[in-house]
Design a protein around this ligand. Structure first.
Ligand SMILES: [Fe+2]
Length: 334
């Protein structure tokens, strides 16, 4: 564990083309719009079956929480208004039929909510580690909208391209039929093996947290928990918002899946946002060494520090050179 906590990275000042700012949206007010209640149950990665060596690579050892409240009734109403204003900008990819990413560039409400210090402090407390709103703007305030076709899943079985995120219902889950959020109480390797062998997921391990209402969420270590969002069984409106976080302790390996982001986000933005994120990680890793300066003859440790930065940069450079070679990864619908 590293004592140095990274400084935040401000939201980009340059506004991208193709992301028009919303007009006439509500103004986010943390005092009025947040009503955070802490989850009662936290399921650890150990309970998912992860071995200690996998957990050691993660910034914390929790897997997923039960459903807990984030927004007040007024906050949830404003969030729904903003989500509907963003709906004309939906896009489709190989995993999700209708989603809006990059909404934080278009909506100040969404940006302010996703970057709220009060919210970040609460999410950090639940995780048991200090976090920052994700340094890649497209990983903030991702919105999923139900497909037009009844029965088609909102999102297939998958794990996330980031470490920690919450999935919050924007619409009232009780206003529709179906549309459950489900996760698999097993490891991602187990799911990959089952899929490889053409076997179904163990139904006893498929869990659907009890949903409580709009503005309520589950928090998960999204790159470790295999999950999906089921389709509606009758026509209706189902919207969820996913907000991502990065650990402030940058000594943990970066988990960003640039290969995947490049396939779903505008290419120039995915590349630039990733590059900016890696520069921030590198800056903060070097800052760790400068701020922790002391006289030492531990040359092995000094070399290790440089190797860590160099390796991260080399990995990023390789990912950038291979941009576009991957396929969107998921585990399918069943
Ligand atoms: Fe996800």
């Amino acid at each position: 564990m590293n004592a140095y906590l990274a400084d935040p990275l401000a939201f980009p000042q340059t506004h991208p083309d193709g992301f028009p700012k919303l007009e006439g949206e509500p103004v986010f007010d943390a005092a009025k719009h947040l009503q955070i209640e802490f989850p009662e149950t936290i399921i650890s990665l150990r309970e998912f079956g992860y071995p200690d060596e996998d957990i050691a690579q993660c910034p914390c050892d929790f897997g997923i929480t039960n459903v807990f409240r984030i927004l007040s009734d007024e906050g949830a109403a404003c969030m729904l208004e903003v989500a509907r204003l963003l709906e004309p900008y939906v896009k489709s990819n190989a995993r999700i039929a209708r989603n809006v990413r990059g909404g934080a560039y278009q909506s100040k409400f969404l940006r302010d909510l996703c970057q709220s210090e009060e919210l970040t402090a609460a999410i950090s407390k639940i995780c048991g580690t200090d976090l920052l709103p994700h340094t890649i703007p497209h990983q903030l305030g991702h919105l999923n909208y139900n497909p037009k076709e009844v029965g088609e899943n909102v999102d297939k079985w998958h794990f996330d391209t980031l470490r920690i995120d919450f999935v919050m219902f924007v619409t009232d889950p009780y206003s529709v039929e179906g549309g459950e959020f489900e996760y698999y109480l097993g490891t991602k390797d187990e799911v990959a093996q089952l899929k490889k062998d053409g076997k179904p997921l163990d139904p006893s391990k498929i869990k659907a947290p009890t949903l409580l209402g709009p503005g309520y969420a589950v928090l998960q270590q999204g790159n470790m928990v295999v999950h999906r969002a089921k389709g509606l069984t009758k026509a209706g409106e189902r919207i969820t918002m996913v907000n991502g976080y990065v650990p402030r302790d940058v000594s943990f390996p970066d988990y960003t899946r640039f290969d995947q982001l490049y396939l779903v986000d505008p290419k120039h933005m995915a590349a630039s946002e990733y590059s900016r994120h890696v520069s921030w990680m590198g800056r903060e890793l070097l800052e760790t060494q400068l701020k922790g300066f002391e006289f030492s003859e531990d040359t092995a440790k000094m070399a290790e520090n440089f190797e860590q930065v160099a390796e991260m940069m080399a990995t990023a450079a390789e990912a950038l050179r291979k941009a576009g070679e991957a396929k969107v990864e998921h585990f399918g619908d069943d």
